[in-house]
Design a protein around this ligand. Structure first.
Ligand code: ZN
Length: 610
């Protein structure tokens, strides 16, 4: 069947890579007779913050039949054109210099864009088919540039080349990011579906190993939700950098930002998974899980998205938290990491939450609601005022999983809940109502789970994880951090040693000394009057830096008092601080027996691919 005639035609050209300028045009075949409006989204789905992409539009003009059409900007992101009879085209330049997964980036080495940051929506035409002509820059030096995207090609355009691509509507158009350049490419199959990997940037990654591991993870996830997979093709787009981390999910692809050193290298021990690679695989697994959870199973508040303003929901803890729980769980079920390695990751996540005093001030439901102004705009007081709906959301998922297993003697698990969500909401396109997950937990686990759900999602008390983990034969243990860099998850080497003195703050490097990033509520530092932003320069008259502060404090006994000199702005202040014992906020988990028991095996080792 031929594709329906497009109602809107886009064309995007990297017009001036050195100046980071894309030239875009948008032609509406049958514009609004009362005058066509165009607007650019204020945010991109998956990243819940108002970003005002239209601020990067530099110049815009409109034409019809070769004549200029008057076009007035009427708010921060909207243009109103005069009525015309005939096809209307707007032309504009977009400044693209944001090397993140959320917007657009262009230089002489590559181009990347998300449709939300470059393609104007034509009002009233959003649900109609559109077509986009993707060009490479002019000139011989760009002749080898290819195009990576899961936007479907129009007949006549070959995959991986510049040419014509199509989308059924505007929502689809902006859900397929595009990479242009001379990237590295590899492919694997998962449940018969081709999965491509595209890497941009300088790297020496072992693509064979990466594809082998990703294939296991993707297969495990497809089987969790049930075959067939909801897409006929999938693309991992990886931008490699020296230092960076991030990912954004799309319906049939994901954009990832990764450290070069976190990728596997030829010559790495094939039986070992280095920490950075484990984290990178966790990120891939996370974004891939969103293919089901949030791209197709969506909160009702996102059906459809309103891209002009904040879309409020108290459910992000489930869409990000369930996904954060399953991202690492899929690694162990896929056989990519060991059960002990998984317990280490889980212990680290518990530690992250235990080191957030704000968990007593904000529930994960409220954290979800306020994502736009709090989670995505964290300031120096964030650890004291808020909780991450990712980190605690994953623990809520764990608690619900364990409670369901206990309630049903292992017959019902969180896997079942996700499968019901998939059938009821994912496959139907119906949004999940705000009380939908709570009702489903009760439907599957009985009324006795309602109290746990209410406490976990709407309350601020700590979750009863120590007790629940016994369901899978896991012991929950706490100790003090051994250093500021101690992420938890491991037994620790010096737990038998003397108590460690602490100030209750986190510092960063500063040319003058140690700059306080966060000062924890109720800490000795805060009680003494120190604050985030202050720069510590001396303890008892001796110079300190970010690198030496910890060692210096370690020489004092718990309960000892020190004199601290610190700058607040350009004013020098002196404080007397009494050191307290570092709190037992560092978690590690162990199997109660000699290894995983039957409950733990059902939890960690089911559903792996053969
Ligand atoms: Zn996510």
């Amino acid at each position: 069947m031929p594709a329906p005639e497009p109602a809107v035609h886009y064309r995007i050209v990297p017009r001036d890579p050195a100046a980071h300028i894309f030239r875009v045009s948008c032609t509406v075949v049958a514009p609004d007779p009362a005058g066509q409006r165009f607007s650019l989204p204020a945010w991109i789905p998956g990243s819940y913050m108002i970003r005002e992409f239209a601020r990067n539009i530099i110049e815009l003009w409109a034409e019809c039949d070769g004549s200029i059409v008057a076009c007035e900007k009427i708010d921060k992101a909207t243009w109103q054109c005069e009525p015309v009879s005939g096809a209307l085209t707007v032309h504009y330049d977009v400044y693209a210099w944001d090397l993140s997964v959320r917007a657009a980036h262009l230089d002489q080495s590559h181009g990347y864009f998300n449709g939300a940051s470059v393609f104007l929506a034509a009002a009233g035409q959003e649900s109609r088919p559109c077509r986009v002509q993707i060009e490479r820059p002019e000139g011989d030096r760009y002749a080898a540039w290819q195009v990576a995207t899961t936007l479907p090609v129009v007949a006549g355009t070959e995959l991986w080349t510049s040419g014509a691509y199509q989308a059924a509507d505007y929502d689809e158009l902006i859900d397929h990011p595009v990479e242009l350049g001379t990237f590295t490419r590899a492919q694997f199959l998962a449940c018969g579906v081709p999965h491509d990997v595209v890497i941009t940037g300088v790297h020496r990654a072992d693509l064979t190993r990466l594809c082998r591991d990703l294939a296991r993870i993707c297969t495990t996830q497809i089987r969790l939700f049930g075959e067939p997979a909801p897409m006929s093709r999938y693309l991992f787009m990886i931008q490699v950098v020296g230092e960076g981390y991030g990912g954004l999910e799309h319906r049939t692809s994901t954009s990832l930002l990764a450290n070069r050193d976190d990728l596997p290298l030829a010559g790495d021990d094939p039986d070992a998974v280095k920490d950075g690679y484990r984290q990178f695989l966790g990120l891939c697994s996370h974004e891939y899980f969103h293919t089901w959870n949030v791209k197709r199973i969506k909160p009702a508040a996102f059906v459809p998205y309103d891209l002009s303003r904040e879309n409020y929901t108290r459910q992000l803890w489930a869409f990000e938290g369930f996904t954060s729980y399953y991202d690492d769980l899929m690694l162990v079920r896929a056989g990519v990491i060991t059960p002990a390695s998984y317990l280490e990751l889980l212990g680290q996540n518990i530690t992250r939450v235990l080191r957030t005093p704000g968990r007593f001030r904000q529930s994960v439901a409220d954290s979800s609601f306020d994502a736009w102004t709090k989670f995505y705009r964290q300031d120096e007081n964030a650890p004291n005022s808020m909780v991450s709906y990712y980190a605690k959301g994953a623990l809520v998922a764990l608690a619900l999983d364990l409670a369901l297993r206990r309630q049903s003697a292992g017959a019902i698990t969180l896997d079942h809940l996700l499968q019901v969500l998939w059938r009821r909401y994912g496959l139907t396109g119906v949004g999940v109502p705000e009380d939908g997950i709570e009702n489903l937990v009760v439907e599957l686990g009985g009324d006795s789970l309602r109290e746990l759900f209410q406490q976990a999602v709407y309350g601020t008390d700590d979750l009863p994880l120590a007790e629940l983990l016994t369901v899978v034969g896991v012991e929950y243990r706490l100790r003090a951090a051994e250093s500021a860099a101690d992420p938890g998850g491991k037994r620790g080497s010096k737990t038998a040693g003397k108590p460690r003195p602490a100030l209750g703050l986190r510092t960063a490097q500063d040319p003058l000394g140690a700059r306080i990033q966060h000062c924890f509520e109720g800490s000795p530092a805060m009680s003494a009057g120190l604050s985030a932003g202050d720069v510590l320069i001396a303890v008892d008259g001796l110079r300190v830096t970010h690198a030496t502060l910890e060692r210096m404090l370690g020489s004092y006994p718990v309960g000892g008092t020190v004199t601290v000199h610190a700058f607040r702005r350009d004013e020098l202040h002196q404080y007397r601080v009494t050191l307290t014992e570092a709190p037992g906020d560092t978690c590690f988990l162990t199997f109660a027996g000699t290894g995983p028991d039957a409950g733990a095996r059902a939890w960690l080792l089911t559903a792996g691919p053969g």
